[in-house]
Every structure is written in structure tokens, then in C-alpha cells.
Design a protein around this ligand. Sequence first.
Ligand code: IMP
Ligand code: MG
Length: 423
Amino acid sequence: MENVDVLLGLQWGDEGKGKVVDVLTPQYDIIARFQGGPNAGHTLEFEGEKYVVRSVPSGIFQGNKTNLIGNGVVLDPVLFRKEVEDLKKSGHNPRERLRISRKAHLILPTLRMLDAANENRRGDRKIGTTGRGIGPTYTEKVARQGIRVGDIESPSFKDQYNKVRENHLQRLKDLGYEVKNLEANEAEFFEAIEYLKGFTLVDSEYVVNDALRSDRKVLAEGAQGSLLDIDFGSYPFVTSSNTIAAGASIGLGVAPRHIGKVYGIFKAYCTRVGEGPFPTELTDKTGKLLAERGHEFGAVTGRPRRCGWLDLVALRYSIMLNGVTDLIITKSDVLDTLAEIKVCRAYKVNGEETDQVPYSMEEKIEPIYDTLTGWKTDLTAIKSEEEFPEAFRLYIDYLEKALQTPITVVSVGPDRSQTIFRG
Ligand code: IMP
Ligand code: MG
């Protein structure tokens, strides 16, 4: 029996998961998403083209692999349809290779509105969500009144929809939210439901476990990042799913003992989109330089991402929670022009130095930095580890020691080809 390998982000998302999943795809038979939904925007570049996938796994571009949307995902049929049609326009037709779990929950038009209504109500404590209805859809799931993909096959789907719709409209009213264009949104939704019926819906827990039993290899693709995890992230400024490795177990129906390798991806600096604490945030010209050189704008919402130095306290926390076996560092090339590079090795909280993430990340956290020498070399053209400039080699050594985990992949640019496997 094979195990499921998991690949996930160790920061606040946007670590470059899409690119690396695409690069690893040839080693696997099935690529599966296990949580999140169209709040994700996974960007891939190859052969001069750029693609962004939201709900479709990033394994769709290479070699006819099965791509699975697992039970832990929330699916917006309208955005899904658009995503698939866009992929088709660019010459990739995922329909044959895609499988969708019947147990995945549906994002309804009214749930998207509830996302906006909840944010309005929170005022200056707003989360800064992507506005895709993620939180309200997971809330419905846990409240045991969600609608699942498998329900679209039932003759009573419409009745089921009408019931929850009433409930949602009442809540929207209570929140003082002015509902607009409901009919148009619903018409679009039901058309998209018909479209969805053209895809292969499966009991994905069997698909995955049968595959493992016949020694086929499965890669679980995380979305968002560990610091946005509903239990362990910077609550309440988090997303509404378990983004950590354990989420792959729940979101695919794989027993914990069948989780194999855990690839943890991190950027050589930190970014965060939306509100919430960010201890190493830079609001100065270095922050601006990272944003510009790193093209740090949200793939889903286009919002500028906040930028800051690498945070080893948070990274060690994520490595612990996920049981990371292999680290993958991305976007070191963004730091190419810097003479000095800072890395936060500890926090000072209430005057005390600590190497732990405090209960509330909203406490006043003062980062304590180590300063490393920059490599001042263009990394983007480097093809192998032997070509690393000395200062970069020292930087990687420093990180491996500090994190007690091997860095096995170094990504030095957005293209597939700009990926260096080590050791
Ligand atoms: P939600 O997932 O739309 O509810 O948003 C909750 C928080 O997670 C907000 O701060 C979002 O900006 C953030 N977020 C959600 N999805 C992503 C992602 O894929 N990348 C980065 N941040 C995300
Ligand atoms: Mg993203």
C-alpha cells in the first residue's frame, strides 16, 4: 500500500504551491485538493504561458494524471465553470481527468453574500476575506445544513436549495444586508449546476484508498497556508478550514498512518493578504522592494500583499504542526539585490524572549533578527546547486540548521524549469 504525500504552504499562503505541484506531478498518479475553495489562486508558468487555477488541482497541466477535488473542498459551481472554460480556451481540457467528490460542499450565491455581510458587520475587525463565501459555506457544513455536490443528483435538490435559501435570506436581512441581483445570481447558479453534472462525481474516499492499495501515488495539494489554519493560525484572522497536513486526512478520507512525505513550502520572505497580525511586516522601502520584485499582488482579488522578513518562529511552528519531511524554498531570487537579509529567529513578547508563537498573535510581538549577507547575484538562471553563490549556500545552510529540516527543493523563478532539486 502506498501513502499520500502532502504538499502545503507554511506561511500565509502564496508560497508558490501551484508551481511546485506542477513540477512534482510527473511523480504521481493522482493530484488531489483537500480543503479550501476558490479563495485559492495557484499560479503556474511554463512555455511562456501563465495560468491561475482556483478549484482545479495544479496537476492538470502534465501527463494525463487524475485530478481530484476532495470532500474537504468547498466548490462554487459558477466559478468552477468559468475556470474550466478558461482552461479550455488555453488548450487544456480538464474534464476527462477531473473527479469531484460528492461530499464536497457547494458555495451558494446567498453564502457569498453572507461573506460580505459578515465582513461589513465586523467593521474595523474585518478579516479581509476573499469574499468567495468560504467561511459561510464551512459554517453551514458544521451546522449540518450544507448542500453537497452529491445532492445535485437528487430530484429534491431544488427543494433543498429553497429551504436553505430562505434561512440565508433571513440572516442577510438580520445583518442589514441589501440583497441585489439574487435572481440573476440564482439563474447563473442553476446553469452552472447543470454544467457540473457533466463531470465525473465520485465517492472520493474510495478513489483515493483504492489507488493507494494498487500502489498508485497520490499527492495532496494544500491551499492557503498553515498560519491561516482555522485551529492554529492567527485566529480569528484565518480561513475556515484546516490547512495543515492533518487536513489532508480529513479532506480526502485517508487514515493518518497513510500520510507519507510532507512537503512544506515557504517563501524566502513573508507575505500576507487581508487583515491580521504579521510580526515581521515591513512598511518601509524594503517592504516595497519585496512587493515589487516579488510581484506580490493577490492572484484572486488583485489586492496588494503585505510583505516582511522571513519568520523562523512561525516557520518552526508550521513545521511542527505538519510534520514536514522536506522543505521547499521559493522566491529567494526576489532577495537578489539586497546587501543584507534579515531573518527573525525569536520573538520578544512582554519583554521576554521566546521561540514560541504566543496564544494571540495580536500581542505586541517584537521580532529579534539575525542579519545575513546577501548574495547580490541573479539566481534566476542557476541550474544546479553547484552554481549557488557562496553567500546563498551559507543562507541555505543557516536555514536548514535553524529549522532542523532539509531543504530539498529550491525554486528560483516562476517557470517550471527554474527548479533545483538538491542532494
Ligand atoms: P477566506 O478564506 O476568503 O475566508 O479569507 C480568510 C483569510 O485568508 C483572508 O485574510 C484572506 O486574504 C486569506 N486567504 C484566503 N485564501 C488565500 C489564499 O489562497 N492565499 C492567501 N491568502 C488567502
Ligand atoms: Mg495564491
